[in-house]
Write a protein that binds this ligand. Structure first.
Ligand SMILES: [Fe+2]
Ligand SMILES: [Fe+2]
Length: 172
């Protein structure tokens, strides 16, 4: 069940980079679902998988949310009303999803500490990952359908500005 994400390419288009983030969100949500439902996992596999899911949602996802709520929102502030409304909805959904994401992080942390509790926690984890998969399906579709095309239409210089800000966020 180990996830290998592969080496990052040296220079990737901004939107392609964001789509890679979305691919990881979907992948780790699916992994959370598997953690709840796969019948034969030993304690070490549970711990390793739970830690991967926990770390993704606790450490990597917040950076993607910051990219969107801060850098992307600021850059597209004077875009069309449709895009501006989509940005507001995006930020609202980030806030609305936080409690479920925090619960997912909490359950995964419990499984890292006590993997033998998987049977007890499985039902709650399955419900949580299903809820988040539903919420993210709408959320990612909004971004990919309205916001990302607006980013593709920006001048190169502005796209590069966003990319640099995203890079700084990850090394700083
Ligand atoms: Fe988002
Ligand atoms: Fe996103």
């Amino acid at each position: 069940m180990l996830v290998t994400l592969g080496a990052r390419r040296a220079s990737v288009d901004l939107v392609d980079q964001l789509l890679e983030c979305h691919h990881r969100i979907r992948r780790f949500l699916a992994l959370a679902g598997e953690l709840a439902s796969r019948p034969a996992l030993d304690d070490t596999e549970v711990q390793v998988t739970a830690e991967q899911v926990r770390r993704y949602f606790a450490e990597a996802l917040p950076l993607h949310v910051e990219d969107e709520d801060e850098t992307i929102t600021a850059t597209l502030a004077s875009a069309s009303p449709v895009v501006v409304a989509a940005l507001a909805q995006m930020t609202r959904e980030h806030v609305e999803m936080e409690p479920a994401i925090d619960r997912l992080i909490g359950v995964c942390a419990e499984l890292v500490r006590e993997p033998q509790r998987r049977a007890t926690l499985a039902l709650g984890l399955a419900a949580l990952s299903a809820e988040l998969e539903t919420r993210f399906a709408t959320h990612l579709a909004l971004e990919e359908g309205i916001i990302f095309p607006a980013l593709r239409a920006l001048p190169d210089q502005q796209r590069e500005h966003i990319r640099v800000a995203m890079q700084r966020r990850r090394v700083g």
